[in-house]
Design a protein around this ligand. Structure first.
Ligand code: CMP
Length: 136
């Protein structure tokens, strides 16, 4: 039985700044993802705070929101069988130091903050995050 899902992906400022968006999108496509929608935007700090609200009690929350709003980002809806899990595998561990060979964060990530990509961590959060960026 097929289980086509959607997940939200963000190419973060560190990767956009290095013009890695084309290469990262190719990695998604080679892994079988369809990019259903995409847009390049820059968030205001208060929008980044809303997006990362689940992390609001964490010590890194302020820096994280400063960083996500520091430059342009590419937001995408990715579609594939088991897209949420599949994207998490392709991204690799949150900290690029721990990411496996062949993953996006291993290849391009600089640090735990500048880890090049974000991806939804569950199907429920994917719906919330997609709705945050792509309200029709
Ligand atoms: P992301 O998948 O976008 O979700 C939250 C982000 O917080 C995460 O990637 C990291 O870039 C960032 N972050 C910074 N410090 C930490 C930490 N100690 N643990 C987890 N995430 C962190």
């Amino acid at each position: 039985m097929s289980n086509i899902e959607q997940t939200l992906s963000i190419i973060k400022p560190d990767a956009m700044e290095r013009s890695l968006d084309g290469e990262i999108k190719l990695m998604f496509e080679k892994d079988g993802f369809k990019i259903a929608k995409e847009k390049k935007i820059q968030l205001a700090k208060h929008e980044a705070e809303q997006f990362y609200k689940v992390h609001e009690t964490k010590p890194f929350y302020n820096d994280l929101c400063e960083y996500l709003s520091s430059g342009p980002i590419m937001v995408m809806i990715l579609e594939k069988e088991n897209a949420v899990l599949s994207n998490r595998k392709l991204m690799g561990a949150t900290n690029p130091k721990d990411a496996e060979e062949g993953t996006i964060r291993k290849k391009f990530g600089i640090s735990i903050d500048k880890n090049s990509v974000h991806g939804s961590d569950s199907v429920d959060n994917a719906k919330i995050e997609i709705n945050f960026f792509f309200k029709n």
